[in-house]
Design a protein around this ligand. Structure first.
Ligand SMILES: NC(=O)c1ccc[n+]([C@@H]2O[C@H](COP(=O)([O-])OP(=O)(O)OC[C@H]3O[C@@H](n4cnc5c(N)ncnc54)[C@H](OP(=O)(O)O)[C@@H]3O)[C@@H](O)[C@H]2O)c1
Length: 265
């Protein structure tokens, strides 16, 4: 039977996931939406025949086989309190910093709870999608979005979350090279086209390289005394990669992921 997926919270991440699901040719499910974010939920319901906007959060929970929790961490307690879930219902939570064991009480008696970490590229069906733990009903619905990575150990979720905290740094690097090119007289659109294509090519090589050979890629992309070696040596001497590692360690050790001030990403 076609599953019904209920979204509680129709913000940025839900909208991206719903676009990706509905764009897939083989998507066979119905989607019900909570009424908040009126404009967004109405727009999705008008655009996609599979989507229906319901009148309340409880109506969504009542209708759904899989309930997606997609409000901000600080909105979760208020949104879920007073809702009645069913024992056999599956919960798929996008909420950062709240692993399954920490929301179990809020969705009781539902027992099958997974955390999903979609990244922005999910809108285009690309990028990693962490699912923890691996629940067949969740894989069945979301498994075709991007590259699904599963884990059955919720203590690992924090590691994956921190690894995704590298996104804005990546774009900062990308834009630094584009800006440097324009400062040397290349027009911006040509510089952007060049750098974006370069990065896409590098990512492609990374994807086709066996994991046990990834460590060789830096050396394989530089020649002795060449331009790449000089830039990389400069970055190593400046402590750039040590700083990146230290930043990841710092966020891993010190970020308060489940708090009203938590970074919701
Ligand atoms: N954005 C990302 O790339 C990303 C990636 C991975 C995980 N996440 C996680 O996904 C969750 C959502 O993030 P987001 O960026 O999509 O946030 P967002 O754009 O602020 O969306 C939050 C949604 O929740 C709704 N909401 C708030 N209180 C509600 C309630 N009581 N009942 C029903 N709906 C309620 C909001 O409605 P109103 O607009 O009416 O307030 C809005 O539709 C967060 O927990 C975040 O940690 C986000």
């Amino acid at each position: 039977m076609m599953p019904i997926i209920g979204f509680l919270g129709v913000g940025t991440v839900s909208t991206a996931v719903i676009h990706a699901l509905c764009a897939a040719d083989d998507f066979e499910a119905r989607i019900v939406l909570s009424p908040r974010s009126t404009h967004r939920s109405e727009e999705l319901a008008v655009r996609y025949g599979q989507c229906t906007r319901l009148g309340s959060n409880q109506e969504v929970v009542d209708a759904a086989d899989i309930v997606v929790l997609a409000m901000r961490p600080q909105q979760m307690d208020e949104a879920l309190s007073g809702l009645s879930f069913r024992k056999e219902q599956v919960i798929a939570s996008f909420i950062a910093g709240s692993p399954p064991s920490t929301i179990a009480e809020l969705v009781s008696p539902a027992k099958k709870i997974a955390q999903l970490i979609p990244l922005p590229a999910i809108e285009y069906g690309r990028g990693p999608l962490l699912i923890c733990p691996e629940i067949p009903e969740v894989i069945n619905v979301f498994g075709s979005l991007g590259d699904v990575i599963t884990s059955d150990d919720e203590t690992q979720i924090r590691v994956f979350s921190v690894a995704s905290a590298f996104m804005s740094t990546y774009y900062e690097m990308q834009n630094t090279v584009i800006e440097w090119m324009t400062s040397r007289g290349i027009d911006e659109s040509t510089a952007a086209r060049y750098v974006l294509s370069e990065l896409e090519g590098l990512a492609t090589v990374g994807r086709v390289t066996p994991v046990d050979r990834l460590a060789d890629l830096p050396a394989e992309h530089q020649t002795k005394g060449g331009l790449n070696e000089r830039v990389r040596d400069h970055m190593i001497s400046a402590g750039a990669f040590a700083a990146l590692r230290a930043a990841l360690d710092d966020v891993y050790d010190n970020a308060r992921l489940r708090s009203p001030e938590a970074e919701a990403e």
